[in-house]
Design a protein around this ligand. Structure first.
Ligand SMILES: [Zn+2]
Length: 606
Protein backbone atom coordinates (compact mmCIF):
# COMPACT_ATOMS: atom_id res chain seq x y z
CA UNK A 1 0.00 0.00 0.00
CA UNK A 2 2.73 2.39 1.12
CA UNK A 3 5.10 1.52 -1.74
CA UNK A 4 2.23 1.92 -4.15
CA UNK A 5 1.63 5.43 -2.91
CA UNK A 6 5.34 6.32 -3.09
CA UNK A 7 5.36 4.96 -6.61
CA UNK A 8 2.43 7.10 -7.59
CA UNK A 9 3.97 10.21 -5.98
CA UNK A 10 7.20 9.56 -7.87
CA UNK A 11 5.39 9.17 -11.14
CA UNK A 12 3.45 12.36 -10.46
CA UNK A 13 6.73 14.18 -9.75
CA UNK A 14 8.35 12.93 -12.93
CA UNK A 15 5.27 13.99 -14.84
CA UNK A 16 5.36 17.45 -13.28
CA UNK A 17 9.11 17.64 -14.02
CA UNK A 18 8.56 16.94 -17.72
CA UNK A 19 5.77 19.48 -17.84
CA UNK A 20 8.05 21.96 -16.07
CA UNK A 21 10.74 21.44 -18.75
CA UNK A 22 8.14 22.01 -21.43
CA UNK A 23 7.10 25.25 -19.78
CA UNK A 24 10.75 26.40 -19.64
CA UNK A 25 11.15 25.56 -23.34
CA UNK A 26 8.07 27.58 -24.14
CA UNK A 27 9.30 30.54 -22.15
CA UNK A 28 12.62 30.43 -24.04
CA UNK A 29 10.62 30.42 -27.26
CA UNK A 30 8.61 33.38 -26.05
CA UNK A 31 11.80 35.21 -25.08
CA UNK A 32 13.24 34.59 -28.54
CA UNK A 33 10.15 35.96 -30.21
CA UNK A 34 9.81 38.90 -27.87
CA UNK A 35 13.39 40.05 -27.57
CA UNK A 36 15.51 38.68 -30.40
CA UNK A 37 12.96 39.30 -33.10
CA UNK A 38 11.65 42.46 -31.54
CA UNK A 39 13.09 44.77 -34.21
CA UNK A 40 11.41 42.81 -36.93
CA UNK A 41 8.01 43.38 -35.33
CA UNK A 42 8.48 47.03 -34.60
CA UNK A 43 8.41 47.69 -38.32
CA UNK A 44 4.83 46.52 -38.50
CA UNK A 45 3.79 48.24 -35.31
CA UNK A 46 1.16 50.36 -36.99
CA UNK A 47 -1.20 47.46 -37.19
CA UNK A 48 -0.43 45.94 -33.79
CA UNK A 49 -3.27 44.80 -31.55
CA UNK A 50 -3.74 44.20 -27.86
CA UNK A 51 -4.62 40.75 -26.63
CA UNK A 52 -6.29 40.58 -23.21
CA UNK A 53 -4.92 37.43 -21.61
CA UNK A 54 -6.66 36.33 -18.39
CA UNK A 55 -4.23 35.04 -15.73
CA UNK A 56 -5.91 32.09 -14.08
CA UNK A 57 -5.12 31.95 -10.35
CA UNK A 58 -4.19 28.70 -8.64
CA UNK A 59 -7.37 26.97 -7.51
CA UNK A 60 -7.41 26.24 -3.79
CA UNK A 61 -6.31 22.78 -2.68
CA UNK A 62 -8.84 20.69 -0.74
CA UNK A 63 -7.55 18.62 2.19
CA UNK A 64 -9.18 16.21 4.61
CA UNK A 65 -9.11 16.80 8.39
CA UNK A 66 -5.56 15.36 8.61
CA UNK A 67 -4.14 17.39 5.68
CA UNK A 68 -4.34 14.58 3.18
CA UNK A 69 -4.96 15.94 -0.31
CA UNK A 70 -8.41 15.30 -1.75
CA UNK A 71 -8.13 17.73 -4.70
CA UNK A 72 -5.13 19.55 -6.11
CA UNK A 73 -3.99 20.86 -9.48
CA UNK A 74 -1.72 19.83 -12.30
CA UNK A 75 -0.43 22.02 -15.10
CA UNK A 76 -1.96 21.54 -18.47
CA UNK A 77 -1.95 23.32 -21.83
CA UNK A 78 -5.06 24.99 -23.15
CA UNK A 79 -5.44 26.10 -26.76
CA UNK A 80 -7.69 29.07 -27.53
CA UNK A 81 -8.62 31.29 -30.44
CA UNK A 82 -8.54 35.08 -30.26
CA UNK A 83 -11.71 36.14 -32.09
CA UNK A 84 -10.28 39.41 -33.44
CA UNK A 85 -7.27 37.63 -34.96
CA UNK A 86 -9.19 34.73 -36.52
CA UNK A 87 -8.77 34.22 -40.26
CA UNK A 88 -11.99 32.44 -41.02
CA UNK A 89 -10.90 30.12 -43.82
CA UNK A 90 -7.65 29.10 -42.14
CA UNK A 91 -7.99 29.25 -38.34
CA UNK A 92 -10.78 26.71 -37.74
CA UNK A 93 -9.52 24.35 -40.44
CA UNK A 94 -5.94 24.30 -39.14
CA UNK A 95 -7.00 23.97 -35.51
CA UNK A 96 -9.43 21.22 -36.43
CA UNK A 97 -6.57 19.32 -38.13
CA UNK A 98 -4.34 19.75 -35.09
CA UNK A 99 -6.94 18.65 -32.55
CA UNK A 100 -8.69 16.02 -34.65
CA UNK A 101 -11.91 18.03 -34.49
CA UNK A 102 -14.38 19.04 -37.13
CA UNK A 103 -13.67 22.73 -38.08
CA UNK A 104 -17.37 23.47 -37.55
CA UNK A 105 -17.08 22.10 -34.01
CA UNK A 106 -14.04 24.33 -33.37
CA UNK A 107 -16.00 27.36 -34.56
CA UNK A 108 -18.98 26.37 -32.42
CA UNK A 109 -16.79 26.04 -29.35
CA UNK A 110 -15.14 29.42 -30.05
CA UNK A 111 -18.58 30.99 -30.26
CA UNK A 112 -19.79 29.31 -27.08
CA UNK A 113 -16.77 30.56 -25.10
CA UNK A 114 -16.71 34.03 -26.65
CA UNK A 115 -16.10 36.73 -24.04
CA UNK A 116 -14.66 39.58 -26.13
CA UNK A 117 -12.89 40.13 -29.47
CA UNK A 118 -9.58 40.37 -27.65
CA UNK A 119 -9.96 37.69 -24.98
CA UNK A 120 -8.98 34.16 -26.05
CA UNK A 121 -11.87 31.65 -26.19
CA UNK A 122 -10.69 28.25 -24.86
CA UNK A 123 -11.18 25.43 -27.37
CA UNK A 124 -9.49 22.43 -25.78
CA UNK A 125 -7.78 21.73 -22.46
CA UNK A 126 -5.18 19.06 -21.68
CA UNK A 127 -3.18 19.41 -24.93
CA UNK A 128 -0.32 17.01 -25.55
CA UNK A 129 3.32 18.18 -25.79
CA UNK A 130 3.39 17.28 -29.55
CA UNK A 131 0.43 19.53 -30.27
CA UNK A 132 1.95 22.41 -28.29
CA UNK A 133 5.36 21.95 -29.95
CA UNK A 134 3.76 22.11 -33.37
CA UNK A 135 1.95 25.31 -32.45
CA UNK A 136 5.19 26.74 -31.11
CA UNK A 137 7.22 25.85 -34.22
CA UNK A 138 4.65 26.75 -36.83
CA UNK A 139 2.83 29.63 -35.17
CA UNK A 140 2.59 31.46 -38.50
CA UNK A 141 0.49 28.68 -39.95
CA UNK A 142 -2.06 29.03 -37.14
CA UNK A 143 -3.40 32.59 -37.25
CA UNK A 144 -5.51 33.68 -34.30
CA UNK A 145 -4.53 30.64 -32.23
CA UNK A 146 -2.89 30.90 -28.83
CA UNK A 147 -2.15 28.54 -25.99
CA UNK A 148 -1.60 28.97 -22.31
CA UNK A 149 -0.53 26.96 -19.30
CA UNK A 150 -3.49 26.41 -17.01
CA UNK A 151 -3.98 24.28 -13.93
CA UNK A 152 -6.60 21.54 -14.14
CA UNK A 153 -8.09 19.61 -11.26
CA UNK A 154 -6.71 16.33 -10.05
CA UNK A 155 -8.26 14.04 -7.45
CA UNK A 156 -5.39 11.77 -6.38
CA UNK A 157 -7.35 9.39 -4.14
CA UNK A 158 -9.61 6.62 -5.27
CA UNK A 159 -12.10 6.63 -2.39
CA UNK A 160 -15.47 7.56 -3.82
CA UNK A 161 -14.88 11.22 -2.99
CA UNK A 162 -17.07 12.40 -5.87
CA UNK A 163 -20.15 12.09 -3.62
CA UNK A 164 -19.08 15.21 -1.70
CA UNK A 165 -16.22 16.78 -3.66
CA UNK A 166 -18.10 17.01 -6.97
CA UNK A 167 -16.05 18.21 -9.94
CA UNK A 168 -15.32 21.27 -12.07
CA UNK A 169 -16.16 22.09 -15.65
CA UNK A 170 -16.71 24.99 -18.05
CA UNK A 171 -19.26 27.50 -16.82
CA UNK A 172 -22.57 27.28 -18.71
CA UNK A 173 -24.47 30.25 -20.21
CA UNK A 174 -27.24 29.55 -17.65
CA UNK A 175 -24.79 29.82 -14.76
CA UNK A 176 -23.41 33.09 -16.12
CA UNK A 177 -26.92 34.51 -16.51
CA UNK A 178 -28.05 33.34 -13.06
CA UNK A 179 -25.15 34.95 -11.18
CA UNK A 180 -23.83 38.06 -12.89
CA UNK A 181 -21.90 39.04 -9.74
CA UNK A 182 -19.75 35.94 -9.55
CA UNK A 183 -17.20 37.15 -12.08
CA UNK A 184 -17.83 34.36 -14.56
CA UNK A 185 -16.33 34.53 -18.04
CA UNK A 186 -17.29 32.15 -20.87
CA UNK A 187 -14.89 29.20 -21.05
CA UNK A 188 -13.89 29.55 -17.39
CA UNK A 189 -13.56 26.45 -15.20
CA UNK A 190 -15.91 26.49 -12.20
CA UNK A 191 -17.22 24.05 -9.59
CA UNK A 192 -20.18 22.10 -10.94
CA UNK A 193 -21.14 19.93 -7.98
CA UNK A 194 -20.31 19.14 -4.36
CA UNK A 195 -17.71 21.13 -2.43
CA UNK A 196 -16.21 22.38 -5.71
CA UNK A 197 -19.51 24.16 -6.41
CA UNK A 198 -20.49 25.10 -2.85
CA UNK A 199 -17.23 26.97 -2.23
CA UNK A 200 -16.36 27.80 -5.85
CA UNK A 201 -15.73 31.50 -5.26
CA UNK A 202 -13.37 30.84 -2.37
CA UNK A 203 -11.51 28.10 -4.27
CA UNK A 204 -11.37 29.94 -7.59
CA UNK A 205 -9.68 33.14 -6.41
CA UNK A 206 -9.72 36.23 -8.62
CA UNK A 207 -8.44 36.25 -12.18
CA UNK A 208 -5.67 38.63 -13.16
CA UNK A 209 -5.07 40.15 -16.60
CA UNK A 210 -2.10 40.47 -18.93
CA UNK A 211 -2.20 42.94 -21.80
CA UNK A 212 -0.10 41.67 -24.67
CA UNK A 213 0.80 43.45 -27.85
CA UNK A 214 0.42 41.27 -30.92
CA UNK A 215 1.52 41.98 -34.48
CA UNK A 216 -0.80 41.94 -37.45
CA UNK A 217 0.45 38.43 -38.19
CA UNK A 218 -0.54 37.28 -34.72
CA UNK A 219 3.00 37.16 -33.30
CA UNK A 220 3.47 38.23 -29.69
CA UNK A 221 5.55 41.39 -29.45
CA UNK A 222 5.56 41.85 -25.70
CA UNK A 223 3.63 43.31 -22.80
CA UNK A 224 1.49 46.26 -23.80
CA UNK A 225 2.87 49.35 -22.09
CA UNK A 226 -0.37 51.30 -22.07
CA UNK A 227 -1.96 49.20 -19.32
CA UNK A 228 -0.64 47.63 -16.11
CA UNK A 229 -0.77 43.90 -15.57
CA UNK A 230 -3.33 42.95 -12.93
CA UNK A 231 -2.03 40.21 -10.63
CA UNK A 232 -4.34 37.29 -9.86
CA UNK A 233 -5.38 36.39 -6.31
CA UNK A 234 -4.98 32.68 -5.60
CA UNK A 235 -7.94 30.68 -4.28
CA UNK A 236 -8.24 29.69 -0.62
CA UNK A 237 -7.33 26.18 0.52
CA UNK A 238 -10.03 24.23 2.35
CA UNK A 239 -9.83 21.62 5.09
CA UNK A 240 -12.82 19.33 5.17
CA UNK A 241 -14.08 17.43 8.20
CA UNK A 242 -13.79 14.25 6.10
CA UNK A 243 -11.41 11.59 7.38
CA UNK A 244 -9.97 10.24 4.14
CA UNK A 245 -8.58 7.16 5.85
CA UNK A 246 -12.06 6.32 7.18
CA UNK A 247 -13.65 7.07 3.79
CA UNK A 248 -11.21 4.69 2.12
CA UNK A 249 -11.76 2.04 4.81
CA UNK A 250 -15.50 2.16 4.14
CA UNK A 251 -15.03 1.81 0.38
CA UNK A 252 -12.68 -1.15 0.88
CA UNK A 253 -14.98 -2.92 3.34
CA UNK A 254 -18.36 -2.42 1.70
CA UNK A 255 -19.42 -5.77 0.30
CA UNK A 256 -19.07 -5.17 -3.42
CA UNK A 257 -21.35 -8.12 -4.16
CA UNK A 258 -24.08 -5.93 -2.73
CA UNK A 259 -23.30 -3.20 -5.26
CA UNK A 260 -25.44 -0.32 -3.97
CA UNK A 261 -25.93 1.65 -0.82
CA UNK A 262 -24.74 4.56 1.28
CA UNK A 263 -22.74 5.27 4.42
CA UNK A 264 -22.71 8.48 6.47
CA UNK A 265 -20.33 8.89 9.42
CA UNK A 266 -20.70 11.97 11.62
CA UNK A 267 -19.34 13.45 14.82
CA UNK A 268 -22.52 13.88 16.90
CA UNK A 269 -20.86 16.55 19.07
CA UNK A 270 -20.61 19.10 16.24
CA UNK A 271 -22.22 17.80 13.01
CA UNK A 272 -18.92 17.25 11.20
CA UNK A 273 -19.23 14.73 8.37
CA UNK A 274 -16.39 12.23 8.77
CA UNK A 275 -17.27 10.13 5.73
CA UNK A 276 -19.93 10.29 3.04
CA UNK A 277 -19.94 7.36 0.68
CA UNK A 278 -22.28 6.50 -2.18
CA UNK A 279 -22.16 3.09 -3.85
CA UNK A 280 -21.41 2.69 -6.65
CA UNK A 281 -19.06 5.68 -6.70
CA UNK A 282 -17.71 7.79 -9.53
CA UNK A 283 -14.16 8.86 -10.34
CA UNK A 284 -14.26 12.69 -10.37
CA UNK A 285 -11.12 12.73 -12.59
CA UNK A 286 -13.19 11.77 -15.61
CA UNK A 287 -14.91 15.16 -15.39
CA UNK A 288 -11.57 17.03 -15.58
CA UNK A 289 -11.44 16.43 -19.34
CA UNK A 290 -14.07 16.33 -22.06
CA UNK A 291 -15.98 13.08 -21.55
CA UNK A 292 -16.18 10.82 -24.63
CA UNK A 293 -19.81 10.37 -25.70
CA UNK A 294 -19.79 6.57 -25.26
CA UNK A 295 -18.48 6.88 -21.70
CA UNK A 296 -21.15 9.45 -20.84
CA UNK A 297 -23.91 7.35 -22.38
CA UNK A 298 -22.64 4.41 -20.34
CA UNK A 299 -22.78 6.41 -17.11
CA UNK A 300 -26.26 7.84 -17.56
CA UNK A 301 -27.62 4.54 -18.89
CA UNK A 302 -26.16 2.51 -15.97
CA UNK A 303 -29.00 0.79 -14.11
CA UNK A 304 -27.07 1.18 -10.82
CA UNK A 305 -27.27 5.00 -11.14
CA UNK A 306 -23.67 5.88 -10.21
CA UNK A 307 -24.46 9.61 -10.52
CA UNK A 308 -27.11 9.42 -7.80
CA UNK A 309 -25.64 10.75 -4.57
CA UNK A 310 -27.33 8.21 -2.33
CA UNK A 311 -26.49 9.66 1.12
CA UNK A 312 -28.41 12.86 0.34
CA UNK A 313 -30.56 12.11 -2.70
CA UNK A 314 -31.85 8.56 -2.40
CA UNK A 315 -35.09 8.06 -0.49
CA UNK A 316 -35.73 4.90 1.48
CA UNK A 317 -38.32 3.91 4.07
CA UNK A 318 -36.47 3.99 7.41
CA UNK A 319 -37.89 0.65 8.60
CA UNK A 320 -37.45 -0.13 12.30
CA UNK A 321 -34.87 2.65 12.77
CA UNK A 322 -38.00 4.86 12.97
CA UNK A 323 -39.20 3.10 16.14
CA UNK A 324 -37.10 5.50 18.23
CA UNK A 325 -39.07 8.43 16.80
CA UNK A 326 -42.34 6.64 17.57
CA UNK A 327 -41.21 5.69 21.07
CA UNK A 328 -40.00 9.24 21.76
CA UNK A 329 -43.31 10.77 20.66
CA UNK A 330 -45.31 8.28 22.77
CA UNK A 331 -43.17 8.81 25.90
CA UNK A 332 -43.27 12.57 25.50
CA UNK A 333 -47.06 12.71 25.03
CA UNK A 334 -47.58 10.33 27.97
CA UNK A 335 -49.19 7.57 25.88
CA UNK A 336 -46.76 5.05 27.35
CA UNK A 337 -43.90 4.81 29.82
CA UNK A 338 -40.84 2.61 29.40
CA UNK A 339 -42.67 -0.01 31.49
CA UNK A 340 -45.95 -0.05 29.61
CA UNK A 341 -46.91 -3.54 28.45
CA UNK A 342 -49.27 -3.61 25.46
CA UNK A 343 -51.11 -6.55 23.91
CA UNK A 344 -48.66 -9.43 23.37
CA UNK A 345 -47.10 -10.22 20.01
CA UNK A 346 -48.24 -13.50 18.46
CA UNK A 347 -46.43 -12.88 15.19
CA UNK A 348 -48.87 -10.20 14.12
CA UNK A 349 -52.08 -8.39 15.00
CA UNK A 350 -55.46 -7.72 13.47
CA UNK A 351 -56.39 -4.05 12.87
CA UNK A 352 -59.76 -3.55 11.19
CA UNK A 353 -59.96 -6.06 8.38
CA UNK A 354 -56.19 -6.41 7.95
CA UNK A 355 -53.62 -8.55 9.69
CA UNK A 356 -50.32 -6.69 10.30
CA UNK A 357 -47.32 -9.00 10.68
CA UNK A 358 -44.34 -8.90 13.00
CA UNK A 359 -41.03 -9.86 11.40
CA UNK A 360 -40.77 -12.63 14.02
CA UNK A 361 -43.42 -15.15 12.94
CA UNK A 362 -43.27 -17.00 16.28
CA UNK A 363 -44.12 -13.78 18.08
CA UNK A 364 -42.37 -11.85 20.86
CA UNK A 365 -45.00 -12.35 23.56
CA UNK A 366 -45.38 -9.67 26.22
CA UNK A 367 -42.92 -6.76 26.07
CA UNK A 368 -42.45 -3.30 27.55
CA UNK A 369 -41.15 -0.38 25.47
CA UNK A 370 -37.46 -1.02 26.19
CA UNK A 371 -37.61 -4.66 25.16
CA UNK A 372 -39.87 -3.89 22.21
CA UNK A 373 -36.98 -1.78 20.85
CA UNK A 374 -34.38 -4.37 21.83
CA UNK A 375 -36.28 -7.09 19.91
CA UNK A 376 -37.65 -4.63 17.34
CA UNK A 377 -41.18 -5.94 17.76
CA UNK A 378 -43.57 -4.56 15.14
CA UNK A 379 -46.76 -5.49 17.02
CA UNK A 380 -45.81 -3.30 19.98
CA UNK A 381 -45.17 -0.31 17.71
CA UNK A 382 -48.29 -0.85 15.59
CA UNK A 383 -50.24 -0.25 18.79
CA UNK A 384 -48.17 2.81 19.70
CA UNK A 385 -48.73 4.20 16.18
CA UNK A 386 -52.47 3.73 16.56
CA UNK A 387 -52.40 5.63 19.87
CA UNK A 388 -50.47 8.52 18.32
CA UNK A 389 -52.45 8.95 15.09
CA UNK A 390 -51.14 10.60 11.91
CA UNK A 391 -51.16 14.22 13.14
CA UNK A 392 -49.20 13.71 16.37
CA UNK A 393 -46.80 11.32 14.63
CA UNK A 394 -46.24 13.89 11.85
CA UNK A 395 -45.65 16.69 14.37
CA UNK A 396 -42.86 14.72 16.06
CA UNK A 397 -41.40 13.45 12.79
CA UNK A 398 -41.05 17.03 11.54
CA UNK A 399 -39.51 18.22 14.80
CA UNK A 400 -36.99 15.38 14.52
CA UNK A 401 -35.82 16.72 11.15
CA UNK A 402 -37.70 14.41 8.78
CA UNK A 403 -39.43 15.71 5.66
CA UNK A 404 -36.96 18.61 5.25
CA UNK A 405 -33.37 19.10 4.13
CA UNK A 406 -30.62 19.07 6.74
CA UNK A 407 -28.93 22.07 5.07
CA UNK A 408 -25.68 20.31 4.12
CA UNK A 409 -23.59 22.68 1.98
CA UNK A 410 -23.70 20.67 -1.24
CA UNK A 411 -26.54 20.82 -3.76
CA UNK A 412 -28.89 17.95 -4.53
CA UNK A 413 -30.24 17.14 -1.08
CA UNK A 414 -33.79 15.72 -0.99
CA UNK A 415 -36.51 16.62 1.53
CA UNK A 416 -37.82 13.12 2.14
CA UNK A 417 -41.46 12.59 3.12
CA UNK A 418 -42.93 12.70 6.63
CA UNK A 419 -46.61 12.26 5.65
CA UNK A 420 -49.14 14.63 7.19
CA UNK A 421 -52.95 14.67 6.94
CA UNK A 422 -52.64 17.30 4.19
CA UNK A 423 -50.13 15.15 2.29
CA UNK A 424 -52.34 12.04 2.51
CA UNK A 425 -55.40 14.08 1.44
CA UNK A 426 -53.49 15.19 -1.65
CA UNK A 427 -52.27 11.67 -2.36
CA UNK A 428 -55.49 9.71 -1.82
CA UNK A 429 -58.23 12.37 -1.75
CA UNK A 430 -59.78 13.97 1.31
CA UNK A 431 -60.90 11.40 3.89
CA UNK A 432 -60.14 8.62 1.42
CA UNK A 433 -57.36 7.11 3.45
CA UNK A 434 -57.39 5.08 6.65
CA UNK A 435 -56.11 6.52 9.96
CA UNK A 436 -54.48 3.09 10.29
CA UNK A 437 -51.69 4.43 8.03
CA UNK A 438 -50.11 5.72 11.25
CA UNK A 439 -49.53 2.06 12.13
CA UNK A 440 -47.22 1.75 9.14
CA UNK A 441 -45.40 5.03 9.79
CA UNK A 442 -44.76 3.91 13.38
CA UNK A 443 -42.53 1.07 12.12
CA UNK A 444 -40.99 3.18 9.33
CA UNK A 445 -42.97 1.83 6.39
CA UNK A 446 -45.60 3.14 4.01
CA UNK A 447 -45.19 6.64 2.57
CA UNK A 448 -42.59 7.67 5.17
CA UNK A 449 -39.23 8.10 3.41
CA UNK A 450 -35.87 9.49 4.48
CA UNK A 451 -32.36 10.10 3.18
CA UNK A 452 -29.47 8.33 4.95
CA UNK A 453 -28.22 11.78 6.04
CA UNK A 454 -31.54 12.65 7.74
CA UNK A 455 -31.44 9.40 9.67
CA UNK A 456 -27.81 10.06 10.63
CA UNK A 457 -28.79 13.53 11.85
CA UNK A 458 -31.63 12.15 14.02
CA UNK A 459 -29.39 9.54 15.67
CA UNK A 460 -26.66 12.15 16.21
CA UNK A 461 -29.28 14.07 18.16
CA UNK A 462 -30.11 10.99 20.26
CA UNK A 463 -26.38 10.48 20.87
CA UNK A 464 -25.81 14.13 21.76
CA UNK A 465 -28.40 14.70 24.46
CA UNK A 466 -31.03 15.97 22.01
CA UNK A 467 -28.85 18.67 20.44
CA UNK A 468 -28.70 18.33 16.66
CA UNK A 469 -25.77 20.10 15.01
CA UNK A 470 -26.07 20.98 11.35
CA UNK A 471 -24.26 18.41 9.19
CA UNK A 472 -21.33 20.09 7.46
CA UNK A 473 -18.28 19.19 5.41
CA UNK A 474 -16.13 22.31 5.70
CA UNK A 475 -13.87 22.63 8.73
CA UNK A 476 -11.33 25.36 7.94
CA UNK A 477 -10.68 28.00 5.30
CA UNK A 478 -7.00 28.87 4.73
CA UNK A 479 -6.82 32.19 2.92
CA UNK A 480 -3.83 33.05 0.68
CA UNK A 481 -2.82 35.83 3.14
CA UNK A 482 -2.20 33.15 5.75
CA UNK A 483 -5.33 33.77 7.83
CA UNK A 484 -7.29 30.71 8.91
CA UNK A 485 -11.03 30.70 9.58
CA UNK A 486 -12.40 27.79 11.57
CA UNK A 487 -16.02 26.85 10.83
CA UNK A 488 -18.01 26.97 14.07
CA UNK A 489 -20.50 24.15 14.68
CA UNK A 490 -24.05 25.39 14.23
CA UNK A 491 -26.88 24.14 16.43
CA UNK A 492 -29.61 23.16 13.97
CA UNK A 493 -32.46 22.20 16.33
CA UNK A 494 -33.26 20.32 19.52
CA UNK A 495 -35.10 17.01 19.44
CA UNK A 496 -38.61 17.45 20.94
CA UNK A 497 -37.73 15.12 23.83
CA UNK A 498 -37.19 15.85 27.52
CA UNK A 499 -34.12 14.58 29.36
CA UNK A 500 -35.98 11.59 30.90
CA UNK A 501 -37.30 10.60 27.45
CA UNK A 502 -33.82 10.87 25.93
CA UNK A 503 -32.40 8.75 28.75
CA UNK A 504 -34.98 6.00 28.14
CA UNK A 505 -34.43 6.01 24.38
CA UNK A 506 -30.69 5.71 24.96
CA UNK A 507 -31.22 2.84 27.37
CA UNK A 508 -33.21 1.03 24.67
CA UNK A 509 -30.56 1.71 22.00
CA UNK A 510 -27.92 0.22 24.25
CA UNK A 511 -30.05 -2.92 24.74
CA UNK A 512 -30.18 -3.47 20.95
CA UNK A 513 -26.45 -4.29 21.06
CA UNK A 514 -25.79 -5.16 24.71
CA UNK A 515 -29.07 -6.96 25.53
CA UNK A 516 -29.34 -10.75 25.24
CA UNK A 517 -32.27 -10.42 22.85
CA UNK A 518 -30.84 -7.42 20.96
CA UNK A 519 -31.15 -7.58 17.18
CA UNK A 520 -27.53 -6.35 16.87
CA UNK A 521 -26.00 -8.33 19.75
CA UNK A 522 -23.46 -9.72 17.25
CA UNK A 523 -21.80 -6.29 17.28
CA UNK A 524 -21.02 -6.32 21.00
CA UNK A 525 -17.49 -5.20 21.90
CA UNK A 526 -15.53 -5.99 25.04
CA UNK A 527 -13.79 -2.63 25.28
CA UNK A 528 -16.66 -0.20 24.74
CA UNK A 529 -20.45 -0.08 24.42
CA UNK A 530 -22.22 0.50 21.13
CA UNK A 531 -25.78 1.83 20.85
CA UNK A 532 -27.73 1.30 17.67
CA UNK A 533 -30.81 0.18 15.81
CA UNK A 534 -31.30 -2.24 12.94
CA UNK A 535 -33.89 -1.71 10.23
CA UNK A 536 -35.29 -3.35 7.14
CA UNK A 537 -36.71 -1.08 4.46
CA UNK A 538 -39.41 -2.56 2.27
CA UNK A 539 -38.50 -2.40 -1.38
CA UNK A 540 -41.27 -2.83 -3.94
CA UNK A 541 -38.67 -3.50 -6.65
CA UNK A 542 -36.86 -6.47 -5.10
CA UNK A 543 -35.22 -7.69 -1.90
CA UNK A 544 -35.52 -5.46 1.15
CA UNK A 545 -32.83 -2.91 2.01
CA UNK A 546 -30.81 -3.33 5.21
CA UNK A 547 -30.21 -0.46 7.69
CA UNK A 548 -28.02 -0.08 10.70
CA UNK A 549 -27.49 3.16 12.62
CA UNK A 550 -25.13 3.17 15.58
CA UNK A 551 -22.93 5.35 17.77
CA UNK A 552 -20.12 4.68 20.21
CA UNK A 553 -18.93 4.74 22.89
CA UNK A 554 -22.50 4.80 24.24
CA UNK A 555 -21.54 6.91 27.28
CA UNK A 556 -19.55 9.53 25.31
CA UNK A 557 -20.32 9.13 21.60
CA UNK A 558 -17.54 10.19 19.22
CA UNK A 559 -18.94 8.79 15.99
CA UNK A 560 -22.39 8.00 14.64
CA UNK A 561 -22.63 5.82 11.53
CA UNK A 562 -25.60 5.16 9.27
CA UNK A 563 -25.42 2.50 6.59
CA UNK A 564 -27.94 1.21 4.09
CA UNK A 565 -27.21 -1.83 1.96
CA UNK A 566 -29.64 -2.06 -0.94
CA UNK A 567 -31.28 -5.48 -1.33
CA UNK A 568 -29.28 -6.62 1.70
CA UNK A 569 -32.26 -8.07 3.56
CA UNK A 570 -32.14 -7.79 7.36
CA UNK A 571 -30.18 -4.89 8.87
CA UNK A 572 -28.55 -7.15 11.45
CA UNK A 573 -26.98 -9.34 8.76
CA UNK A 574 -26.05 -7.00 5.93
CA UNK A 575 -25.58 -3.54 7.45
CA UNK A 576 -24.58 -4.04 11.10
CA UNK A 577 -21.24 -5.82 10.45
CA UNK A 578 -19.80 -3.01 8.30
CA UNK A 579 -21.00 -0.33 10.74
CA UNK A 580 -19.31 -2.22 13.58
CA UNK A 581 -16.04 -2.30 11.61
CA UNK A 582 -16.26 1.40 10.75
CA UNK A 583 -16.82 2.41 14.38
CA UNK A 584 -13.94 0.24 15.57
CA UNK A 585 -11.58 1.54 12.89
CA UNK A 586 -12.42 5.13 13.76
CA UNK A 587 -12.13 4.74 17.52
CA UNK A 588 -8.76 2.95 17.51
CA UNK A 589 -7.31 5.52 15.11
CA UNK A 590 -8.77 8.70 16.58
CA UNK A 591 -9.54 8.25 20.26
CA UNK A 592 -6.36 7.86 22.37
CA UNK A 593 -8.21 5.76 24.95
CA UNK A 594 -8.66 3.00 22.33
CA UNK A 595 -5.33 3.29 20.52
CA UNK A 596 -3.92 0.25 22.37
CA UNK A 597 -6.51 -1.97 20.64
CA UNK A 598 -4.85 -1.17 17.34
CA UNK A 599 -1.52 -2.53 18.57
CA UNK A 600 -3.12 -5.69 19.90
CA UNK A 601 -4.70 -6.37 16.53
CA UNK A 602 -1.40 -5.75 14.78
CA UNK A 603 0.60 -8.03 17.09
CA UNK A 604 -1.71 -11.01 16.66
CA UNK A 605 -1.09 -11.02 12.94
CA UNK A 606 2.07 -12.54 11.45
ZN1 LIG B 1 -43.18 -9.01 17.61
Amino acid sequence: MQTHRVDRDLRAKIGMGLLGLAVVALLIGLFYHQIILHNDYEVQSESNRIRVQPIIPKRGVIYDRHYKIIADNMLSFTVSVVPFEVKKDITYKKLGELLGMDPAAVQKKAKANFASEFIPSPIKRGLGIEEVSLLEEQGDAYPGITYSVESVRRYPVDASVESFIGYIGEVSPEEIAADPDKGYRPGMLVGKKGIEKAYDQLLRGIEGTNYIEVSARGKIIGPYRGKDRVAPVPGADLNLAIDLDLQRFIVENFDTNRCCGAVVAMDPRNGEILALVSFPGMDPNIFSRPIPTELWQGIIGDSLHPLMNRPIAALYTPGSTAKLLTAGAALETGKITENTYLRPCYGGMQFGNRFFRCWEERGHGRLNMLHAIEHSCNVYFYQVGQMLGVDTWHDYATKCGFGRKTGLEIVGEFDGIAPSTAYLDRLYGKKRWSPLLAINFAIGQGEFSVTPLQLAQFYCGLANNGLVYKPHLLREIRHPDGSVVRVAPQLSFKLPFSQPTLAKLNEALKLVVQGDGGTARGRRQKEYNISGKTGTAQNPHGNDHAWFVAFAPSEDPRICVTAIVENGGHGSEAAAPIVGKIIHHFLINNVPQFAHLKKEVASTRP
